[in-house]
Design a protein around this ligand. Structure first.
Ligand code: AMP
Ligand code: MG
Length: 364
């Protein structure tokens, strides 16, 4: 069993990057003196920030040569295009998306898009390796609850039982690029993995450009890439679920991904009960976990996203055991409903997690 550190939550009063993210569509902020060029846009129902280092790495004598705004704007626009393309494949609600088509009542789909098939296979694999805690076949359940819809209401027990009969990986067979549904009503929901996947694709793209370093923030997911020189790590604040304007601490990330799943992110309230968006596949209801949020740090965006959801569903004891004995390499910060924060062993020993910091890069 790896060492697990229990941190007493210490609230910090800090402004956060997210507070600055108020503009939608493609807008940007930057002056020549700024270290970063920031671009903001919306995709997958989420506000996205692309933060690019302005330093080109070139020197004119002793002077730094900065990229032109037009260049940085073009690179950020490429990121926005990638996000839109991935949205058009994996959105559950967009009537023009491939996922929407697959979710329609039909049996077999031939020659599906390769990217769709690849992520579906990875999702099935993660589902198997998390004992079904992460499950992309929950579409009928998430649609029934419609937590982020216009007028969400608590469904009846019968409705939940009925929706659950259409869930489960055994209802789908993926053979190459052909998908067969044994239950026409089964629906896919990539909500717990698609943003992290998009983040990976965008980050890989940025690494292939001449941008030296930066970060991308995509809802509850953030990636950092490149090297800042001597100070190579980015500091990412972990939101305090009991007061989302505060953080419980910071992780330091160097070329990696942080993904957060929290009960404070998307929810509705009825009769003073909070119904959040992370479903327990065993019950078809919002998961009654002792966890309020899970932040996963690892080197793959899709995995970080899926794992943060899965660990939330598992609950803290099983999640910490999974960290020790499970198949994946990752680190995690768990904030519990009782106010404690659990940190996995390597974060502690490598001093990647702190509960105080003088200034921040961003907050998740
Ligand atoms: P995240 O914020 O990454 O934890 O993803 C939550 C979203 O994924 C929800 O809004 C649902 O669309 C979907 N979802 C909810 N519960 C699960 C689950 N147990 N496994 C996979 N996807 C889920
Ligand atoms: Mg997730």
């Amino acid at each position: 069993m790896k060492n697990v550190k229990e941190l007493i939550v210490r609230l910090l009063s800090l402004t956060a990057l997210t507070a600055v993210m108020s503009t939608c569509l493609m807008s940007c902020s930057s002056t020549q003196e700024d270290e970063y060029y920031d671009a903001y846009f919306t995709a997958m129902d989420t506000q996205i920030t692309v933060r690019l280092a302005r330093d080109s790495g070139q020197r004119d004598g002793k002077k730094t040569v900065y990229f032109e705004d037009a260049h940085l704007e073009a690179v950020a626009a490429e990121c926005a295009d990638i996000a839109k393309r991935i949205e058009s494949i994996f959105s559950r609600t967009d009537e023009n998306s491939l996922t929407y088509e697959v979710n329609g009542a039909a049996d077999t789909f031939f020659l599906l898009d390769e990217e769709f098939c690849d992520l579906t296979k990875r999702a099935f694999d993660i589902s198997a390796k998390t004992n079904g805690a992460f499950d992309i076949t929950l579409g009928t359940v998430t649609e029934l609850w419609d937590i982020t819809g216009e007028a969400p209401a608590v469904p009846s027990d019968d409705e939940i039982s009925e929706a659950l009969t259409h869930c489960g990986q055994d209802k789908l067979t993926l053979d190459g690029t052909t998908l067969t549904k044994s239950d026409r009503l089964t629906k896919l929901d990539f909500g717990a993995i698609a943003k992290g996947y998009a983040l990976s694709v965008i980050t890989d793209h940025l690494k292939s450009t001449d941008i030296l370093y930066g970060l991308v923030s995509f809802g509850g997911n953030v990636s950092v890439f490149g090297s800042k020189g001597e100070e190579s790590k980015f500091k990412v604040g972990i939101t305090d679920p009991s007061d989302t304007s505060q953080v419980v601490g910071y992780v330091y990330v160097d070329n990696g991904y942080v993904s957060v799943s929290g009960d404070y992110e998307r929810y509705f309230e009825a009769d003073s009960v909070r119904y959040h968006h992370i479903m327990d596949p065993a019950t078809g209801r919002p998961c009654e976990s002792d966890i309020s949020s899970v932040s996963v740090i690892c080197n793959n965006g899709a995995l970080a996203d899926a794992l943060s959801t899965a660990l939330f569903v598992m609950g803290s004891d099983a999640a910490m055991e999974y960290y020790s004995d499970g198949p994946y390499q990752f680190e995690a910060v768990l904030t519990l409903k009782d106010g404690r924060t659990l940190v996995t062993g390597n974060l502690e020993s490598k001093a990647l997690f702190e509960d105080t910091a003088p200034e921040e890069e961003g907050q998740q």
